[in-house]
Design a protein around this ligand. Structure first.
Ligand SMILES: Cc1ncc(COP(=O)(O)O)c(C=O)c1O
Length: 393
């Protein structure tokens, strides 16, 4: 990354790939299952990876490769590999890197399905998983200090926007020789660069801010070439790759990522400040607020902004949530985030839909919690809308 380049310039120009054959400015959609060769010699060279090219789209495809290259450039990574969903990226990373008998450490507030992967799936394959309290840094350091092969972190977390000190925890993990992984979905490459903070790998649910328009699901892993190669190998053998249509939509979306995220950062901060002053609201969770317990850490590791997602707790539990949400004029009630439209929902139907009520309680998620993903609408309209919805309650 060139230090002088601004985020929008990076989004427009990094990883750009004028089509070498047609000179098309935008990478064409190469809609092919297989690629044909005129003779066996070249085909074999490409198949063995000794010559550039593509054989079969489950393994590689030129449109999808352009997406990977742009993502790697934006994260400052050596390499990236694509997936059909964020969970496919997470699952493949964990299975590609962990073996029976090894230890992985993570935090309780990882995305619901990720948390259940560590709790239910990996232990069935003999991986010992230690799931630490997110806010208990000493406990995470102690778990890492006992030795582990992988440390998996998410910051800010979903849906309580907890923040962990990535640099400090990754330094500890590297001292015991562990691979470090960050889910950077909430922060985006505009706000936070985990690779510069000591993460070996960065994962995105590209369904969210990267795609940004609620028209696709996708995932991506960026990081050190050797590790990405291992993950690519697992993906090649198991099949959850991205298709060229979605890669093309993602390439288009990435050009506006910075301006979308900048507006979303601004909207989320304004909404958080408004909610903080509203008597119907018990608590606001947003790392950009000075009152957030780890605001200083967020300020240090999120130079671009604090992200487009916040959550808040209303008086009256789930009943109040059910009454307030349908009154919002400029918000969809849906299980998504990071899109250009504002989206709201309680954890029981969004981030923690896979968890039981007991598991949500154990994770410290209040029943009256609303996750709010700010879109790119005008700031005042969003604040006024929340004001009228809460006033009517
Ligand atoms: C932080 C985070 N990571 C991963 C995922 C999973 O991504 P996907 O739904 O694309 O599989 C989500 C989904 O909400 C998420 O919020």
């Amino acid at each position: 990354m060139h230090p002088k380049e601004g985020p929008s310039t990076r989004c427009v120009h990094y990883g750009r790939a004028v089509d070498p054959i047609t000179h098309a400015m935008n990478t064409p959609i190469y809609e092919n299952a297989a690629f044909a060769y005129e003779e066996l010699g070249t085909w074999k060279e490409v198949a063995l990876g000794r010559m550039a090219g593509d054989i079969y789209s489950r393994n590689s495809n030129p449109t999808v490769r352009a997406f990977n290259e742009k993502m790697a450039a934006l994260e400052g990574a050596e390499a990236a590999t694509d997936f059909s969903t964020g969970m496919a990226a997470i699952n493949s990373t964990l299975f590609a890197l962990l073996n029976p008998g090894q230890r992985a450490v993570t935090i309780k507030d990882a995305y619901g399905a990720t948390y259940l992967h560590f709790k239910e799936i990996l232990p069935r394959f003999g991986v010992h998983c230690e799931i630490c309290e997110t806010d208990d840094e000493e406990a995470i350091l102690a778990a890492v200090g006992r030795g582990c092969e992988l440390l998996y972190l998410e910051s800010p977390t979903n849906p309580l926007l907890r923040v962990v000190d990535l640099e400090k925890l990754f330094a500890a993990a590297h001292r015991v020789g562990a691979v470090t992984v960050t889910d950077n979905t909430f922060a985006t490459p505009i706000n936070q660069h985990p690779l510069a903070l000591g993460s070996d790998l960065v994962i995105h649910s590209a369904t969210k801010f990267i795609g940004g328009h609620n028209d696709l699901t996708a995932g991506v892993v960026c990081g050190k070439a050797g590790l990405v190669k291992k993950i690519y190998r697992y993906r090649e053998l198991t099949g959850p790759s991205l298709d060229p249509h979605r890669a093309s939509l993602l390439l288009r979306s990435l050009k506006t990522l910075a301006i979308r995220v900048e507006r979303q950062n601004k909207n989320a901060l304004a909404v958080a400040r408004f909610l903080q002053s509203n008597p119907k609201v018990l608590r606001v969770y947003y790392p950009g607020l000075e009152t957030h317990t780890r605001h200083a850490v967020a300020k240090k590791q999120m130079p671009g902004g604090y992200g487009g997602v916040l959550s808040f707790e209303v008086e009256g539990g789930l009943e109040a949530v059910a009454a307030i949400l349908p009154r919002l004029r400029y918000a969809y009630l849906a299980a998504n985030l990071g899109q250009v439209d504002t989206v709201v929902g309680p954890p029981s139907t969004t981030s923690h839909v896979e968890c039981t009520e007991e598991e949500r309680r154990a994770a410290g998620i209040p029943e009256g919690l609303i996750r709010y993903s700010a879109g790119i609408e005008d700031t005042e309209d969003l604040v006024d809308d929340l004001n009228q919805a809460l006033s009517a309650h």
